[in-house]
Design a protein around this ligand. Structure first.
Ligand code: 9PG
Length: 498
């Protein structure tokens, strides 16, 4: 494996520049920040595992910013520099920019086979970011099917979802004429991570019994899987220890922290694992699911010892998702989540481009005190999804759900408006998790509004920001901060007068 290294020295004072970064996977922070500030490194190892790239996490030094696949530096007039890898199927590109006295140093290190890297000085950073990202999308044969409108069980029922919850909501949605295309069952139906074909106790049925009922109501059936994860107490873990990603001493690597503890990952350089993944996706398809939300995908590219050590992390990941695509079929809809972003182009139909929305604005303790910018909350979802507007040429963006309900939600009207504004500006998939019975007339009307497909908007400027992200779009302005800015209230979106 080669590691070519590109570097550039810029004769510009660091205090003049802003930096636009792209985090590693769906939930990793993407930001627009003054170069002299500090990129936050999560303080706990499992948070780095789950929200950053463990092989290339933020350094935590002032004036040093790390970015994946592409990077932009913005001068006060809107010009600057843009760097981007031009192929991402087998190689991760690690960008670093460093304030060094009166100069700025930029490096790009490739992890994997050599690929072309663009570095351009430009008078219009927005246009150049869009052009280079579109070029990357084209060269990797990006799939951008029509966006779908999805009801997803996660953000109301979480892991306690039942078969009846799904059917009750689908029936009510039909009664109200809500324009959903897909009803998608999320985490909670399965016995364990890896044991996908066995039901959990609380689900009250089997996932295979749902699609036919949904189809009778006029909906397509969608299913969530974390296909590369293996629970340490699962049957899969006990049956196939040889299929797992290892640490240097040869024992299965346990990392991250969710479902009450750590988890293991499948080694997608092992040929038997690829067969198993293909069969898993084909089984779901045979059950009647033609929409799969495949989650926690960074597990396939987690650093570790693999069956075939000559395979790059990006390539290992790509083999895993290609096996899923083959099992699902070319006409199935594949939504990635928690996924290395540019390495997914051409395989995924849609991609989560930010952290989870939650029925509250912020999780300050985890974000501020523990440095975890990928923790679920509406503020983090907006911050990162808005700063990735240009990724619409890689797949359909999924900026996550609207939360229209007032019951069991701490969001204010302004905060709901900010979610609605984000969906309109970013475009792509539309989704809701609200129990339909919880919605009054106002809630139903807000939900209908949020399900209207939009054409993505473009930023107006990258030289200003209300909160460390891309916040100024041609249709309106977001304020992610705690105080009013330019007549935009805190936590809100203000459409421009038309
Ligand atoms: C199911 C959920 C939903 C959701 C996904 C993903 O950092 N974290 O601890 C973290 C946990 C869960 C999570 C994201 C981050 O949510 O994004 O839509 O499918 O899994 O478990």
């Amino acid at each position: 494996m080669t590691t070519p290294h590109h570097h550039w020295t810029l004769d510009v004072h660091p205090s003049e520049l802003r930096v636009l970064t792209n985090g590693y996977q769906s939930w990793s922070e993407a930001e627009l920040r003054p170069l002299t500030e500090t990129q936050t490194r999560a303080s706990l190892e499992w948070m780095i595992d789950q929200g950053q790239d463990p092989a290339f996490p933020p350094s935590g030094e002032a004036g040093v910013w790390r970015s994946h696949s592409l990077l932009a530096l913005i001068r006060p007039g809107g010009g600057g520099w843009v760097g981007a890898q031009l192929d991402a199927a087998h190689t991760f590109a690690h960008w670093e920019v460093r304030a060094a006295g009166e100069q700025v140093l930029v490096t790009c290190t490739l992890e994997g086979p050599d690929v072309a890297v663009a570095w351009e000085e430009t008078s219009n950073v927005i246009g150049t970011v869009e052009r280079l990202s579109a070029q990357l999308g084209q060269s990797m044969h990006a799939r951008t099917p029509a966006p779908l409108r999805v009801w997803c069980s996660w953000y109301s029922y979480y892991r306690s979802v039942t078969l009846d919850n799904m059917l009750d909501n689908a029936r009510l949605a039909k009664q109200h004429g809500l324009p959903f295309d897909v009803f998608q069952l999320d985490d909670g139906f399965q016995a364990d991570l890896g044991d996908w074909t066995e039901p959990s106790e609380q689900f009250g049925g089997h996932a295979k019994d749902l699609p036919a009922e949904l189809r009778k109501l006029g909906f397509r059936a969608g299913l969530w899987l974390a296909p590369f994860l293996v629970g340490p107490n699962s049957k899969l873990f006990a049956a196939h220890p040889d299929w797992l990603l290892k640490n240097r001493s040869g024992t299965p690597l346990l990392f991250g922290h969710n479902w009450g503890g750590q988890y293991a990952a499948l080694d997608t350089t092992h040929p038997e694992v690829l067969v198993w993944l293909r069969e898993l996706a084909a089984t779901c398809r045979a059950w009647g699911y033609d929409y799969l939300k495949v989650d926690f995908l960074y597990a396939a590219s987690h650093p570790g010892v693999r069956h075939d050590p000559s395979v790059s992390r990006a390539e290992a990941y790509r083999r895993g998702i290609q096996a899923l695509r083959e099992g699902l079929g070319d006409d199935g809809f594949l939504l990635g989540c928690g996924a290395p972003l540019s390495a997914s182009i051409g395989v995924m139909d849609a991609m989560r481009t930010g952290p989870d929305v939650a029925p509250y604005w912020d999780d300050e303790a985890r974000r501020m005190l523990l440095g975890d910018g990928s923790v679920p909350c509406s503020r983090n979802a907006l911050h990162t999804a808005l700063s990735r507007w240009y990724q619409q040429t890689w797949y359909q963006p999924d900026p996550d759900v609207m939360i229209a309900r007032r019951e069991r939600s701490l969001l204010s009207d302004d905060e709901r408006g900010a979610l609605l504004g984000m969906l309109d500006v970013i475009g792509g998939l539309r989704a809701s998790s609200d129990p339909v019975e919880m919605l009054d007339e106002a809630g139903l009307s807000l939900l209908r509004q949020s399900l209207e497909i939009s054409t993505p908007d473009r930023p107006l400027t990258l030289t200003e920001s209300h909160g460390g992200a891309v916040t100024h779009f041609s249709r309106g302005t977001f304020n992610l901060q705690e105080t009013p800015a330019d007549r935009v209230q805190p936590h809100s979106y203000r459409p421009n007068p038309t």
